[in-house]
Write a protein that binds this ligand. Structure first.
Ligand code: F6P
Length: 548
């Protein structure tokens, strides 16, 4: 840890010590202005972090940590196209993907990347026009009605999540489907509802070597060829990749390939041509609004001081909870059905980015990083796991996300949804004391012995920290800003923890071992040098077979 960070860390330790034993309900009782003091407005968004276990002093120390970790310097390095993904010797320039034309260059390796970015966007726009205008036809002359994106991880989660999030903005004649899992059940169930004549496959892979994607693509190709013949491939397959050589080897016409660059990390690639299935699902104009929202958040992150910086505040609060209060997880609770896949998307963004064990110098970390992120759309989660958050005895910082306006309007729904969201945050904050429960049960007419028997079960410790983020509505612009908010939160955390958020060697290791085991499972190699468990599992399959 750098000396300046270590010294800020010490101050934060002392601030946390000072707050130990203080209950959130007492902090609210002691300060009528607590909400005003600990909430921030950005345009028509509201971030309320008054239910976090902080006070003005702790926040001031967190802002000092931001400066000590040189966040302004890290932001400048990212914007300047420096090789901040140092283990792969790459820049991380996803911000260029949403940088508007005419707003100046973004330079990488001495060259402005903006012309190439905008050429690919123009190509995407043209292709969307071809599909939506029914000019692009399948091999039998019929228009395309169904898009199947085949990809995994960053080549799947972003467009899949955003397609669901923007369901209210969907193009009326296009249905988008997503296949990621190597398990044939994924592809087979999607194909079962489709006609080859009207289906377009988008094969999305940054490397175009990922085993899951290549297997699904090969099976999809076989399905299409069986229905329409080999010549149909050109009208029913397009590719999205940085590896155009592999695209050609797979048999997709380079004219039907959309390119991006190694300075775009997989989990940061929604804004690139990886967003093609989303653009087809919601229309290119809406895709551009998504980019505009992300760019607006970029500008905010680059310029706002930490006390008004939304990604910065989320990062600092997570560091507070993780490193000073000892939380090892965070629940992401969107009160929006459309944001139902957001926890899954953020699991990759946050845990693949910051799930690291050594710092940028290769030294073991001295502090915990990247809490486990989990969650589910409210109110469904309330009827599943909230019980544990209320009474399970664990520290679980919660992040509520809600929209002022519903994206699908039916009378009577939205008020109830918001009431539930705010009620959960309130209940988790204040809890219910034994005395309150006793009074309540007595007032309900229960006999004294019954009150005494039940009161411990019906009391709640509270003091569970939460943040509530209120968006005006879920539309392409606000979704773009929301996703960029989390990208920058992750980046700010990584700068403070001094880790590289842009590599993922753990994932690569898993891929390497799977490739080593495959020939053994296929019976083409010997199971030498395997541990007895792995050898035993493979032997069991060998003895009992994979069929039937
Ligand atoms: O899951 C690991 C990973 O390397 C991700 O970072 C990436 O998004 C995903 O695999 C898919 O990789 P590709 O786009 O190259 O197929």
């Amino acid at each position: 840890m750098k000396p300046a960070v270590a010294s800020a860390w010490k101050q934060l330790d002392a601030a946390a010590e000072g707050l130990r034993g203080r209950h959130l309900r007492d902090m609210f009782a002691a300060d009528a202005d607590r909400f005003a003091r600990h909430s921030v407005v950005w345009h028509d968004w509201l971030l309320d972090y008054s239910k976090q276990r902080v006070d003005a002093h702790a926040m001031a120390q967190l802002y000092a940590l931001w400066q000590a970790a040189d966040l302004p310097g890290w932001i400048a390095r990212m914007r300047g196209g420096e090789g901040i993904n140092h283990t792969e010797r790459r820049a991380a320039l996803h911000i260029a993907l949403r940088h508007p034309i005419g707003k100046g260059p973004i330079v990488h390796a001495g060259k402005d990347v903006m012309p190439a970015v905008h050429d690919e966007l123009a190509k995407m726009r043209h292709f969307c026009g071809e599909i939506h205008g029914r000019h692009w036809r399948g091999a039998t002359g019929e228009p395309i009605t169904d898009i199947v994106n085949i990809g995994i991880g960053g080549s799947d989660l972003g467009p899949r999540m955003a397609t669901q999030a923007l369901a209210a903005h969907r193009h009326p004649e296009i249905r988008a489907h997503y296949v990621a899992n190597l398990d044939a059940a994924d592809l087979a169930t999607v194909l079962a509802g489709l006609q080859a004549r009207t289906t377009l496959f988008v094969i999305a892979s940054k490397t175009f070597t990922t085993q899951e994607t290549m297997q699904n693509a090969a099976s999809a190709r076989a399905w299409l060829v069986a229905a329409l013949g080999e010549a149909a491939v050109a009208r029913h397959f397009v590719a999205v990749s940085t590896n155009l050589g592999e695209v050609a080897r797979f048999g997709i016409d380079p004219a039907n390939a959309f390119a991006f660059w190694d300075w775009v990390g997989g989990r940061y690639s929604l804004w690139s041509v990886i967003g093609l299935p989303l653009a087809l699902a919601i229309g290119f104009d809406n895709f551009e609004k998504l980019l505009a929202g992300a760019h607006a958040m970029d500008e905010h992150f680059f310029s706002a001081p930490p006390e008004a910086n939304l990604p910065g505040l989320l990062a600092l609060l997570e560091i507070w909870n993780t490193n000073f209060l000892g939380a090892d997880n965070r629940a992401l609770l969107p009160y929006s059905q459309s944001l139902g896949l957001l926890p899954r998307y953020l699991q990759q963004l946050e845990m693949e980015s910051n799930g690291k064990r050594v710092d940028r110098q290769g030294q073991p970390l001295e502090c915990a990083v990247a809490p486990v992120l989990w969650g589910e759309a409210g109110t469904n989660g309330q009827h599943a796991f909230y019980q544990l958050i209320h009474q399970g005895g664990r520290l679980i910082p919660c992040e509520f996300i809600a929209c002022r306006r519903a994206d699908f309007e039916l009378p009577g729904h939205h008020e109830k949804l918001l009431a539930n969201c705010f009620a959960q945050a309130e209940a988790l904050m204040r809890g219910k004391t034994l005395a309150e429960t006793t009074t309540e049960l007595t007032a309900a007419g229960l006999p004294a012995d019954e009150v005494a028997r039940l009161a411990p079960y019906r009391s709640f410790p509270g003091n569970q920290p939460s943040t509530t983020l209120l968006l005006p509505r879920l539309d392409p612009f606000n979704l773009g800003a929301l996703l960029a908010l989390y990208e920058h939160k992750v980046f700010a955390e990584s700068a403070i923890w001094d880790i590289n958020p842009f590599d993922q060697w753990g994932v690569e290791y898993g891929k390497q071992l799977a490739n080593r085991l495959l020939p053994i499972l296929e019976g083409n190699a010997e199971a030498t040098e395997l541990d007895s468990s792995t050898r035993g599992l493979i032997a069991w399959i060998g003895a009992n077979g994979m069929a039937g």
